[in-house]
Design a protein around this ligand. Structure first.
Ligand SMILES: [Fe+2]
Length: 212
């Protein structure tokens, strides 16, 4: 498994909104709130299963050297997971900002794969891990804990990558990917600034309501 390094920067619960993670947790849990509704919309567009979704909150713009926008805050409610997927042969660095998540690794998306390689790695708050174009490329993240997990990812194509494959190939129900299968084009569920503003507004309205 890729080594988990310890690093202490980029707090999610920064001074301008110290309850951010708590507010996200509430928002993804309760029907009608911003996070839950984004997940529901996403599930409706991707097979209908709510626990098969997570939120991609993008930070900044596409710099033309990664599949989609390179910096992404990912929101993983308890019990949610990604499909088994690759990253268009790009490199990535992943840091856990809140909670914990299990990373499962697979040999290949092609037949006779995907076959799991070893036990999952449990990545905890402040752990940093990575994937490269030829190591740990096919993986699945599962939040098997009972609390929210938030990760930040950064993607970039290798220097000798002249293909710039824009999609993430993914397995449906653990089956091999056929040559004609359409990849997932990494998109944005909401921009970071807009997301933080919406969650903050929702959280302070809730606090105000509790004080009445
Ligand atoms: Fe991934």
């Amino acid at each position: 498994m890729p080594g988990a390094l310890q690093e202490r920067r980029w707090p999610l619960d920064a001074l301008d909104f110290p309850e951010f993670s708590q507010a996200i947790e509430r928002s993804v849990r309760d029907e009608g709130l911003v996070g839950y509704e984004l997940l529901r919309k996403k599930a409706a567009n991707h097979g209908g299963k709510l626990t098969g979704t997570y939120l991609r909150i993008t930070i900044g713009t596409n710099l033309g050297n990664s599949p989609g926008i390179p910096y992404v805050l990912e929101i993983w409610p308890s019990g949610h997971q990604s499909p088994i997927h690759d990253h268009g042969d790009s490199f990535a660095v992943i840091k856990v900002l809140h909670g914990q998540i299990n990373a499962y690794y697979f040999d290949s998306l092609q037949s006779p794969g995907p076959n799991q390689q070893g036990p999952p790695a449990t990545l905890k708050k402040d752990d940093v891990t990575w994937i490269s174009n030829d190591s740990y490329q096919v993986h699945q993240l599962r939040n098997e804990s009972d609390q929210l997990c938030c990760t930040i990812q950064c993607y970039q194509y290798g220097q000798d990558d002249t293909q710039h494959y824009e999609g993430f190939r993914f397995s449906e129900d653990g089956k091999p990917v056929s040559a004609c299968a359409k990849p997932f084009l990494p998109d944005s569920d909401m921009a970071f600034g807009e997301f933080k503003k919406a969650i903050k507004k929702e959280w302070y309205a809730y606090q105000l309501e509790r004080m009445r």
